[in-house]
Each structure stands twice: as structure tokens, then as C-alpha cells.
Design a protein around this ligand. Structure first.
Ligand SMILES: Nc1ncnc2c1ncn2[C@@H]1O[C@H](COP(=O)(O)OP(=O)(O)O)[C@@H](O)[C@H]1O
Ligand SMILES: [Mg+2]
Length: 634
């Protein structure tokens, strides 16, 4: 199909060009040769006519002079037989027609010219109404004295001769035309055939078939084209081979990398689960299948909500929504084991979109034994603390009794007049008993804090959730710490907004938090003031405790909320607390869905902030044992 098209198109074009060319040539030749022929024939007729007229004029002098009309008639009649001669007539000097060859009469137009008198040959064109066109040649007889001979040459003859000549010419051109078209047909065929071969070859190359060849041996442009295409094909084949090799290498490398990564993932001790943005599981490793006692095929393609419940699905959804946060949650595994799931959103930089969330990756670690150890630790701490508290209470109680007895009954007796040694001893005993009492108090506080934190961590705290007015909480805490301010002579600034919204939480625990913060502020401030502010900020109530004390260095700021962490050098400085207060505060606030943080500059004071969400539904998930705690650290 394509072949024929190419051939016929090429041939059609050639044919069109040939036709146009021939028309132009034919018209040009016809016009120019017709014109030349016409001129030549006219010239020929003129000279023929002149010769005839002269010869008649020369030979008829005598006859004319004798006015022998019949002889003249006989003479002129014979000239009519010469081709092209249409008429001959003779006039005398007076212009009278002596004889003529017209049948039956001389036409009027001829009569008009018979009287012209010239001394030499005169030629003119004549057009008669019905008689056609003539060239009239007039020859004087004896310089016109004896009369004139007129010979009329027929122009119509010229035309018909010309016509015949042109028909012959056109016939010749037509023959040449047919011949050229046939030639062109074969020539075009001869060109288009290798062209077709070439186009077929090019088509094969385009479909990457490098095994085909083309057999054109001519040394013309087509041969050159064929050679060029062949060498191009060789080059292309090399390039393709190279690329194929490169792609194969890349594929092998990719496969190896993939196999390596798969091996790493498959041999992880932790369970790995990947979901898409809809929470549908796309990938799991063998450890995970084992943890849930499910086969991989039971997991892949399933929605994690259907398999692991709402809590887990919620964790996945949160990590997808906030792909830069890490979310953790506990999850029940098969065989009564407990796992901790750590979920993070997967985001990917692609060419089209930058940073697009594509799912979530969840790592699950079996924490059953840790939980068990934790539980044992908590139990142990609770028991020990409890056991310590009882004797400690006795120690403190008896110390106080001893102190009172000593003061009331014994020290009284050693008044100022006693000897110096006794006075000194009394002073020493008093100081030492005071130390026993204050250290006993510190020990009680420590035991209480330790008990608190272990209960919080074990989730054994019983929360009394209720609607609370934040202002009440603050007032209660201020009341409990007012004596501290008096002791240290620090100014206290209170700045509490009116119309604060209610929050839901455990009131006693909130009071504990504020007391902790206020007592810290007093403890670490020597001069200046302590301020307590409560404001509504959006959907939260923000409480801040601001002091002008020693401040906290940047390095310590990160750690003050950790257990047993005290800023500064605890070895040289006298410890003034347990280092558990802020850790307890953090646990309580985060349980209620709030945040706690510190801003501080060393030497200039510290500001502790915490937020409580308004309308918080906090606590409910945790109360059921699963704690979803946002945070960077795992
Ligand atoms: N208002 C404050 N100014 C300076 N340092 C503080 C302040 N509050 C707490 N800190 C630092 O944080 C540490 C931890 O505080 P906390 O957990 O309450 O323990 P404790 O009060 O028993 O030392 C403190 O020991 C102290 O170094
Ligand atoms: Mg404290």
C-alpha cells in the first residue's frame, strides 16, 4: 500500500510537471513558429505575386497598347493556376479594366484600388466583404503609361497552410509527449523502487529490527543514502546494545539492592507494617506476621481498622495527618503478649509534587517482658516505699516528741548561768534534732514522689475526672504555698483572666502541678518576684509561673522534665528536692492532653508554662490502657 502510494505520488508529480512543461513548450513553439510561418508565407506570396505581376506587365505592353483584350484574358487566365493566385486584372492608363479573372464581376473593393497610380510596384492588403482577404500587388506597365497589372494573392491559403503546418507540429509534440511520459514512468519506477526498499528498511529500523539489510548497489544519491542508512543502522545497533546492557546492569543492581533491603526488613526483630493513606496494609515483615499469628496473605490488602481495631487505626491516621510527628501506642499481640507500636507518616519528594504523604510506617516491638519488669519494679517500689513510710512516720513522730520533751523538761533547766560547755551541747542537740526532722520530711516527700511516679507510670492512678474552674485550682495552690513566699520575702503577682472556660480533669492533680511549679519558683529565686498568669489561648487555657530566679541553662532545659534530674551540680550543691516534681507534672499534664515546657535564661529567671485543652475529652483512651502520646522521643 505504502509502496504504491509513494510510486504513484512520485509519478503523478512527474506527470503533472511534464504536462505543464509540454503545454508551455507547445504554446511557445506554436506561437513563435506560427508567427514565423506567417511572415515567411506572406513574404513568399508577395514575391510570387510581384514576379507574376512583373512578368505580365513586361509581356503585355504591346497587347495592351493594341487593346487586344482576348489575348490579355488568355494570358492572365493561365496565371490563375499558380497556387495562391486568386485574381489577376489589367487596367489601362485611364483606369478602365481591360480584362480580369473575376467571375462574374469585379467586386467593389477591387474597383476602388484600380485607379491608384504609382511608378513602381505597390503592395497593399485588401479585405473584401464576402470575398476574403488578399494581398494586392500592382505592377505599372511602361511606368504606368500603358496601365497596371494587379495580382491578388489569397491570404486564406496562407492561413490554411499555416494550420496544416501547426497540426503537424502539434502531432509531433503529442508523440514526443507520450514518449516522454512513458520514459518518465519507467524512470520514476526505477527511482521509486529503491526508494521503496529504503523506506521499508527505515521502517524495520524504526521497529528496532537491525537484522534486515537493504541491497542497493547504484552509485547515485540513492546508493549514497542507502550506505548512510546502513552505517546509521550499525551505529544505532551499537547504541541500543550499549543501553540494553546498561539497563540490564541497572536492573540487576536494583534487584540486588531490593533483595538486600528486603532481607534487612525480613530479618528485623521488630514487626514492620506499612499502610497507604487509607490505612490499607501494603507491606509486613515476617516478625509482624508472627506477632499477630497471622499469615502475610491475611494481612496485605486489609484495612488495619478491621484487623486491629479503632485505636490502632486512629494511631495510623494521626501519623498520616501529621507526618512529622511520632505517635506511640500499646497494642495487644497474639499469645497474650503486649507490643508497642510506633507510627510515623511516610512522605516522599517526587518530581511532580513536593513532600506528599503516602502512608504510614509502624514498628511494633514486643514489650511484654519490659512491661513485666516494669510492673515488678513498680510493685517493688510501692512495697518498699510503703514499708519505708511506716517506720519513717514513727521516726518523725518520736523525734518530735523527743524535741518537745527536751525543750519543755530538760533544756529549761540549763539557763544562761550554766557553764559554757553545757550551753554549747544544748545548742548542738537542738540543731541536730532540727536536721533529723527536716531530713525526715524530705525523705517523706521523696517517698511520696517515688510512689506517685511509679503509680503514674504503671497507669495505676485513679483519676477523678470532673469539670474544673482553672481559677479555683490556682487559688488553692497559691494558698498552700503562701507561707513559702513569706519565709523568703518574695513578691507574688497574680494575673488571672476573668471568665475562664472550664476544663475537665483531676482537680487534686492540677493543684499538685501548680504547687510544684510555685514551690520550684520560690526555691530557685532569692530576690525579686514570682508571677502566676492564667490566660485563655485559643482552645486552651495556658498557665504560666514566672520567676526572677537563677534560671536554667539551655543544656539543662532539655532534661529538667526527666526523672531525678536536677539542674546544676548536684554533687557540690546541696540538693533541695527529689528531682521528681517536674516529671510528675509532665505526666499529669500530658495525661490531660496538654503540653508543658520551660523558657529560661541563666541568671534572669525561668518561665514554666502548661496548657489544658478546653472541652478536653482526655483521659478516656488512656483509662482503657492505650496511651497515645504525641512526642518526638520514643
Ligand atoms: N523555677 C526554677 N528555676 C530554676 N531552676 C528550676 C526551676 N524549676 C525547676 N528547676 C530545675 O529543675 C530541676 C528539677 O525540678 P523538679 O523536678 O521540680 O525537682 P526538684 O524541685 O525536686 O529539684 C530542679 O532541680 C532545678 O534544677
Ligand atoms: Mg520541685
Amino acid at each position: 500500500m505504502a509502496q504504491k502510494m509513494i510510486m504513484s505520488k512520485l509519478f503523478k508529480k512527474t506527470l503533472l510537471i511534464i504536462i505543464i512543461l509540454f503545454i508551455v513548450i507547445a504554446v511557445t513553439i506554436a506561437i513563435s513558429s506560427g508567427w514565423n510561418l506567417y511572415k515567411d508565407l506572406v513574404q513568399e506570396y508577395k514575391s510570387k505575386g510581384t514576379a507574376i505581376a512583373k512578368s505580365i506587365a513586361g509581356s503585355s505592353v504591346e497587347t495592351l497598347l493594341n487593346r487586344d483584350a482576348s489575348t490579355i484574358q488568355a494570358m492572365i487566365d493561365q496565371f490563375l493556376e499558380i497556387s495562391g493566385v486568386f485574381y489577376v486584372f489589367v487596367v489601362d492608363a485611364q483606369g478602365e479594366i481591360v480584362s480580369h479573372t473575376f467571375v462574374p464581376n469585379v467586386p467593389d473593393e477591387i474597383l476602388k484600388i484600380k485607379n491608384e497610380k504609382a511608378k513602381t510596384i505597390s503592395i497593399q492588403d485588401l479585405n473584401t466583404e464576402g470575398g476574403g482577404k488578399f494581398i494586392d500587388i500592382a505592377a505599372p506597365i511602361l511606368e504606368g503609361i500603358a496601365g497596371y497589372v494587379h495580382v491578388g494573392m489569397d491570404k486564406g491559403m496562407i492561413m490554411s497552410q499555416m494550420q496544416a503546418a501547426m497540426i503537424r507540429q502539434l502531432a509531433l509534440i503529442a508523440i514526443i509527449f507520450i514518449f516522454s511520459v512513458t520514459m518518465a514512468y519507467f524512470l520514476v519506477n526505477k527511482i521509486s523502487q529503491p526508494l521503496n526498499q529504503l523506506s521499508e528498511y527505515a521502517r524495520k529500523l524504526a521497529s528496532h529490527d537491525f537484522s534486515s539489510n537493504v541491497d542497493i548497489k547504484s552509485h547515485d544519491e540513492i546508493g549514497l543514502l542507502a550506505d548512510t542508512m546502513k552505517s546509521m543502522a550499525t551505529d544505532l545497533r551499537e547504541v541500543f546494545d550499549r543501553y540494553e546492557q546498561a539497563i540490564n546492569d541497572a536492573v540487576v543492581e536494583l534487584q540486588n539492592t531490593l533483595a538486600y533491603l528486603t532481607a534487612v526488613i525480613d530479618n528485623m526483630a521488630d514487626g514492620l507494617l506499612v499502610t497507604d493513606t487509607d490505612g490499607v496494609i501494603t507491606h509486613v515483615n515476617p516478625a509482624l506476621s508472627y506477632m499477630f499469628a497471622l499469615r502475610e496473605t491475611d494481612l496485605i490488602g486489609k484495612n488495619c481498622r478491621d484487623l486491629f481495631g479503632n485505636e490502632f487505626a486512629e494511631l495510623v491516621r494521626k501519623s498520616i495527618d501529621n507526618s512529622y510527628e511520632v505517635y506511640t501506642s500499646e497494642i495487644g499481640l497474639a499469645h497474650n503478649r503486649i507490643g508497642r507500636a510506633v507510627a510515623t507518616g511516610i512522605h516522599q519528594d517526587t518530581f511532580e509534587t513536593d513532600d506528599k504523604g503516602i502512608g504510614s510506617v509502624i514498628l511494633i516491638r514486643d514489650i511484654t517482658s519490659e512491661k513485666e519488669v516494669d510492673r515488678m519494679k513498680t510493685d517493688f517500689i510501692s512495697t518498699v516505699s510503703h514499708e519505708l513510710r511506716t517506720p519513717l512516720t514513727s521516726v518523725r513522730g518520736f523525734t518530735e516528741i523527743i524535741k518537745r520533751k527536751l525543750e519543755d523538761d530538760i533544756f529549761m533547766k540549763f539557763s544562761d548561768d550554766s557553764d559554757k560547755k553545757t550551753v554549747k551541747a544544748v545548742k548542738r542537740i537542738r540543731e541536730n534534732i532540727d536536721i533529723i526532722l527536716s531530713e525526715g520530711e524530705r525523705l517523706t516527700a521523696l517517698i511520696n514522689d517515688v510512689l506517685d511516679i511509679s503509680k503514674l507510670e504503671a497507669g495505676k492512678v485513679e483519676w477523678k475526672m470532673e469539670n474544673i474552674q482553672p481559677a479555683d485550682v490556682i487559688e488553692r495552690a497559691i494558698g498552700a504555698t503562701s507561707s513559702l513566699f513569706e519565709q523568703k520575702k518574695l513578691a507574688f503577682v497574680r494575673d488571672i483572666d476573668n471568665d475562664l472556660p472550664e476544663v475537665i480533669g483531676d482537680k487534686d492533680r492540677f493543684i499538685q502541678v501548680v504547687i510544684n511549679l510555685l514551690s520550684n519558683a520560690v526555691k530557685f529565686t532569692e530576690t525579686g518576684s514570682v508571677a502566676c498568669r492564667v490566660k485563655r489561648t485559643g482552645n486552651e487555657v495556658t498557665v504560666s509561673v514566672i520567676d526572677t530566679g537563677i534560671g536554667i541553662s539551655d543544656a539543662d532545659k532539655e532534661h529538667v522534665f526527666e526523672k531525678f534530674r536536677q539542674a546544676g551540680d548536684t554533687l557540690t550543691d546541696k540538693p533541695m528536692g527529689t528531682g521528681l516534681g517536674l516529671s510528675i507534672c509532665k505526666q499529669i499534664i500530658e495525661y490531660h492532653g496538654g503540653r508543658i515546657w520551660v523558657e529560661s535564661e541563666l541568671g534572669k529567671g525561668s518561665s514554666f508554662f502548661f496548657t489544658l485543652p478546653v472541652n478536653a475529652k482526655s483521659g478516656h483512651t488512656s483509662a482503657r490502657g492505650v496511651d497515645i502520646i504525641p512526642g518526638k522521643e520514643v
